[in-house]
Design a protein around this ligand. Structure first.
Ligand code: ADP
Length: 185
């Protein structure tokens, strides 16, 4: 049973590493960014509401995300565990998740924080060529990250739950470091 929360700035490689580990440990990869992008593409009610926030590099409002996560974590495939990527992204989402997991009588095993310096992130994001990856949006996403998401790191470190991993390393190097922590127990 592995329940993992991935934290880290945009461009840290959370999605890439989450996919690799999801395959390795055979647990679902739950990416709120992927869920939202699929909703935008399919022009669902959620997608239509989320789109402008995403294009501007802002977080979408919590009321669009919280029910979605609750529903996703209640599906049967999550019994073996999961990797959360892109959630929680602010302290109110983190508090919501704590409460939800208590209700489900679960606790996350590890909160893994991928650390990468800002100047490297901008380079990586510009190279990625996603629709919301232009320089202005990228700078805004990094600002929002520092303002809203960095406090989530303290939320978990205050509770003694955080494990930091250097994300400024080769893809394989990062995977190895993550596995070493996850396999500890
Ligand atoms: P990145 O790869 O840059 O970290 P994601 O794919 O995780 O980005 O998310 C893309 C966009 O989706 C974010 O910029 C934000 O607008 C929205 N988003 C994703 N997850 C959340 C969340 N938990 N709360 C609010 N907005 C979110």
């Amino acid at each position: 049973m592995k329940r993992l929360i991935f934290l880290g700035p945009p461009g840290a490689g959370k999605g890439t590493q989450a996919l690799i580990l999801s395959d390795l440990y055979q647990i679902p990869h739950i990416s709120t960014g992927d869920i939202l992008r699929a909703a935008v593409k399919a022009e669902t009610t959620l997608g239509i509401k989320a789109r402008n926030y995403m294009d501007a590099g802002e977080l979408v409002p919590d009321d669009l995300i919280l029910d979605l996560i609750k529903e996703r974590l209640s599906q049967t495939d999550t019994q073996k565990g999961w990797i959360l990527d892109g959630f929680p992204r602010n302290v109110s989402q983190a508090a919501f998740l704590e409460k939800l997991l208590q209700e489900l009588q679960l606790a996350a095993d590890y909160v893994l924080n991928l650390e990468v310096p800002d100047e490297i992130l901008v380079e990586r994001l510009l190279a990625r060529n996603r629709k919301d990856d232009n320089e202005i949006t990228i700078r805004r996403r990094l600002e929002v990250y520092h303002q809203d998401t960095v406090p989530v790191i303290s939320f978990y470190s205050d509770r003694g739950r955080l494990k930091a991993v250097n994300g400024n390393n080769s893809l394989e190097g990062v995977t190895t470091a993550l596995k070493a922590i996850i396999d500890q127990t």
